[in-house]
Design a protein around this ligand. Structure first.
Ligand SMILES: C[S@@+](CC[C@H](N)C(=O)[O-])C[C@H]1O[C@@H](n2cnc3c(N)ncnc32)[C@H](O)[C@@H]1O
Length: 206
């Protein structure tokens, strides 16, 4: 039996089964398979947390979080977090365009919509992801805030060439997986304009 320990990243109330450390099988919740991480593809976890636990999933998983360096590392840090994470906010990522094949966020973007601006953050995440790549967000199921945001944002994403799907997360209760695919006809300048006109670029999205 694997040991069960509190996951300091998510608070002691939510507990995670730790085979190695942290999220472990959480990649399934994002619709990834284990072998995705042995490919040459690059991944970015936005709002990765100071322990950067999903960086365990593979050697080309990188992290960004504004808390890095501001707080002591947890008692069970992911060693890679120091090497492969940067201190940055989702709405201003220090990466060139199209550097990653998959960009994701768990319990951060799309989850804390009162203080992480959804419009600016998804624009940034779509900027750094390659064409045909995607942005995946684990969002709270039945949350009226994200439902309101998605009602507004979904037709705008579609008009700008970003396809949107929302489905139940495979193995995390109370979470939906929101997937934004950057198609070949994606036009982020258009998306920025559409978001601006519809009030989705305010410092908070609601
Ligand atoms: C509940 S934790 C989630 C950590 C990890 N992703 C997980 O699922 O265990 C929320 C994270 O969002 C980060 N955060 C806060 N503001 C942010 C922003 N503007 N952009 C990106 N991340 C942010 C916090 O520092 C914190 O690490």
């Amino acid at each position: 039996m694997p040991k069960i320990r509190p996951n300091h990243e998510r608070g002691v109330i939510e507990r995670t089964v730790l085979l190695t450390s942290g999220w472990n099988m959480g990649f399934r919740a994002l619709g990834f398979r284990k072998h995705d991480f042995s490919s040459e593809k690059r991944f970015l976890d936005v709002g990765a947390g100071h322990a950067g636990t999903t960086l365990n999933w593979g050697p080309r998983v990188y992290g960004a979080d504004p808390i890095l360096g501001k707080r002591a590392y947890s008692p069970h840090p992911t060693p890679m977090a120091r090497k492969r994470s940067v201190r940055a906010k989702a709405e201003s990522l220090p990466f060139r365009d199209q550097q990653f094949h998959h960009v994701y966020s768990t319990n951060s973007v799309g989850y804390y919509n009162r203080f992480i601006p959804f419009g600016q953050s998804t624009l940034e995440m779509l900027r750094v992801v390659a064409r045909e790549g995607d942005v995946r967000l684990l969002v709270r199921k039945g949350d009226p805030e994200i439902e309101r945001i998605l009602k507004k944002a979904t037709p705008l994403f579609e008009r700008a060439g970003i396809s949107v799907s929302l489905e139940s997360s495979r193995n995390i209760r109370n979470r939906n997986l929101l997937r934004l695919v950057k198609t070949n006809r994606a036009d982020l300048s258009r998306l920025r304009t559409l978001f601006g006109r519809n009030g989705l670029l305010r410092s908070v999205s609601i």
